[in-house]
Design a binder for this molecule. Structure first.
Ligand SMILES: Cc1cc2nc3c(=O)[nH]c(=O)nc-3n(C[C@H](O)[C@H](O)[C@H](O)COP(=O)(O)O)c2cc1C
Length: 365
């Protein structure tokens, strides 16, 4: 006889695409951003004993790995942007994630771009977003983590916490370094690693921080401050790259990251390209913003291959991982860990579970 727990779990794992997703996608008049907020709120309200039950059934993570000195209990993480303010942070481990990259948060709270700013393209298994770093600010995230007793390295949430930091829109580019430094100092006691976001297409001028000189200045400041804050055990700093960089520029950026003591790379953010869209959704192609999901898979994978060929720095692979086989390709291409966003929206927990059952190359770094 099947118990009610087992039924719930089967529904969570196998019924998502056929049952839960169609319902979810029509709630709130189909407004994807509102639905996303509802789901995050729902996840944030699950009581601890229920989370424990869910974890028993769903959250089996395998094959822990140490990357950049951080112990990851599993290889698949929540990509930045999915839980910007960390509201659902208590739930991710129970759902099978081995880490979560919260944020992107900025030094000052900001509303982001005008709505609508999030467009679902189900036939293309894709999303276009121009959220523009809507978030409650780095201090609010630090306070939330503090309230839950999270401290760097204490595993209070049952997984390592990454925090993505970006530039406040109102801060002029010439003051960007100080803006990032404020976020780093505020979040350093709570994060297990920090990711520098210089690759979002939705903050004017942000991607110019990927110029080699600008990136060198920024990473030098962040890495040296991280070392000053914790001289014995510096907080690892990762850099997240755009998939649209020219191959020549990638080499220069990797060199800059290595020279300045960056701990690893995250490849990739969303793309400004509009390839591989389903014909029925081409009318959305001229919406400004970053494209994620299936149309990005090949491009992100190629970037991971290219980065892996040029450096021994650890890589987190992200971009269009829609199936466990996609994740396997990212691991085979050189990623030590992977992250998902759009694949999770379309495929739910079955994708997390599937990635958790793969065989991984030995890639502790
Ligand atoms: C709605 C949305 C918001 C995002 N916000 C952020 C963000 O704040 N910071 C960031 O580094 N990446 C952000 N991303 C990019 C994702 O982290 C990821 O790099 C990208 O979507 C590719 O992965 P995917 O195809 O699995 O979604 C966002 C993506 C989406 C779809």
């Amino acid at each position: 006889m099947i118990t009610s727990d087992e039924l719930l779990v089967r529904l969570l794992l196998t019924g998502y695409r056929s049952l839960a997703r169609p319902v979810l996608f029509t709630l709130a008049n189909g407004d994807p951003e509102e639905i996303h907020q509802h789901v995050i709120t729902l996840l944030s309200e699950i009581p601890d004993p229920v989370l424990d039950r869910i974890q028993e059934y769903v959250g089996t993570r395998r094959d822990p790995v140490t990357v950049a000195g951080v112990d990851f209990p599993g290889r698949v993480g929540v990509a930045a942007g999915l839980d910007k303010d960390g509201l659902a942070a208590r739930a991710w481990g129970a759902l099978g994630f081995g880490f979560a990259e919260l944020g992107t948060v900025t030094a000052h709270a900001q509303p982001g771009n005008r709505q609508p700013r999030l467009f679902r393209m189900p036939h293309s298994r894709a999303i276009i977003n121009r959220m523009g770093f809507n978030n409650s600010g780095v201090e609010a995230l630090a306070a939330r983590l503090d309230q839950w007793g999270v401290r760097r390295g204490n595993n209070a949430l049952d997984y390592p916490v990454g925090v993505s930091i970006g530039k406040t829109k109102a801060t002029p580019l010439e003051d960007a370094v100080d803006d990032y430094l404020h976020s780093l100092r505020t979040i350093a006691p709570y994060a297990d690693y920090v990711a520098i976001n210089v690759s979002s297409p939705n903050t004017p001028g942000l991607r110019s921080l990927q110029d080699r000189e600008a990136l060198t200045q920024l990473t030098t400041a962040l890495v040296s401050t991280a070392a000053e804050l914790n001289p014995a055990d510096s907080l690892p700093v990762f850099v997240k790259l755009a998939p649209d960089l020219a191959p020549y520029d990638v080499g220069g950026l990797i060199a800059a990251c290595q020279d300045t003591g960056i701990s690893g790379l995250i490849a990739t953010n969303t793309t400004t390209a509009r390839e591989y869209l389903h014909p029925s959704e081409l009318h959305l192609a001229n919406q400004a913003g970053g494209l994620s999901g299936a149309p990005l898979t090949r491009k992100a994978l190629r970037m991971v291959e290219s980065v892996a060929a040029q450096t021994d720095l650890p890589i987190m692979g992200v971009g269009g991982i829609m199936t466990p086989a996609d994740a396997q390709a990212f691991f085979d291409a050189g990623a030590s860990l992977v992250q998902i966003y759009t694949g999770f929206i379309y495929n739910g927990l079955a994708l997390v579970r599937g990635i958790n059952t793969l065989t991984y190359p030995d890639r502790a770094r």
